[in-house]
Design a protein around this ligand. Sequence first.
Ligand SMILES: [Zn+2]
Ligand SMILES: [Zn+2]
Length: 445
Amino acid sequence: MPTENAGPPRDKQALSSPTCCGTISEARYAVRERRESRGHQPWVVRKLMVVVTLGIMGYTGYVYAGRFAVRLLHGGRRADGIGLLVGWCPLYAWMIWAYIKVIITPPGNARDYVPKTPQPLFGPGQWQQRQLYTEPEDPAPDDASLADIEAGRIGGPAYEDLSAPSAAHIPGTSLPLPATNGHAAGVNGHPNGVAAAPPAPERKPSRHRTPRGRFPPTTAPLLPPHRWCSRCSIVKPYRAHHCRICGTCILKFDHHCPWIGQCVGARNHKFFLNFALATAALTLYTFGSLLAFTIQAGAADVDPQEVVIIALAALFALFTLSLGGAHARLILLSQTTVEHLAVQRMKEREREGFRDAGVRWWEVGEKRRALAAYDREWGAPDTEGNVWWAGSARAGWEDVMGASVWGWVFPIGAPRGDGLHYSPNPRFDADGRWRRRSEWPEELR
Ligand SMILES: [Zn+2]
Ligand SMILES: [Zn+2]
């Protein structure tokens, strides 16, 4: 399929527009064009960061053990030197072990499990179904694969065409918003065809429109046409996504990590978290001990290379702690990074909805009440609004980290999930659209 037709018509029109918005659109179009035309990164380039990372690890080892500890041993502080090394060496070995495990374990290549097939198309009726709850003016893709839809490279119509129905066709939320601070109860500001709903009793003149409510994506991500990867010519397994850098579809794609030179996916996500934990432990130990001894030694006796390692250790400690914490949280929520971004985008649209409705930034209570109303109607985005849910936090954790507690800490064992089979969240319909709480199975409401 020719890539020069990839851009949506909206952007092309903007190319001739001399306005500020036109210029921004033009820049975005150019970036997308460039991205489309670029193939995946060569193997050597992808693996270069592994060499750099190993270099940083090697240098840290040299400075800590080969300079700092040796200086203590030879400087009449033998007990201190040995004591520090007894704590440091196992942490260093743990980190190297986890790193080797995460770089040699492939994340899982979807093409190894799914045969090449022709492009599937939407069945009769599937086109109409998708028009429910569509939120207007939202060209944001729901997940990484939607870039393919935007580019018109997957089955069915382009995403741009899906997301811009006329406002009159959009059903409003069924739940009245709480009547607070001039907010009318009901959905009178909503573009649901109720052009002039009767104004609700108000204490002061309304300067607000009613926020538009919660609009989960209407794309049905589980339908085979939406799971088609035109680059790999496969219908992607559930949760698999195409990595542009690796040039292939990855099972339960989480993200592409430059530090390990490959993707984090179904098979190596566990080792990635083991590595983050080990690195956090080592860098905290290195930072604490080096800093304490450097301060004790005084300014006259400072090794500049140790100062470099103190700074590097602090930097990587912050990085791995926040990264590891964020990943642990998402694993407990049965979310991947890609899926988390889709949830974040929905929250961002809701914040935009408040801004558009004239709700000021300090009106926190008002926003909280509106969000609580959305949550009552739909469920909470983070815990109930992801199409995948293992059933419990524990099940989500074991799916990635394995059943053994030792495997949660050390790079041993394997994830429990096979990377191919996942049960969709019962709060979603069979095609993967989020349903209102009233449509959930009885026991979940
Ligand atoms: Zn692919
Ligand atoms: Zn990748």
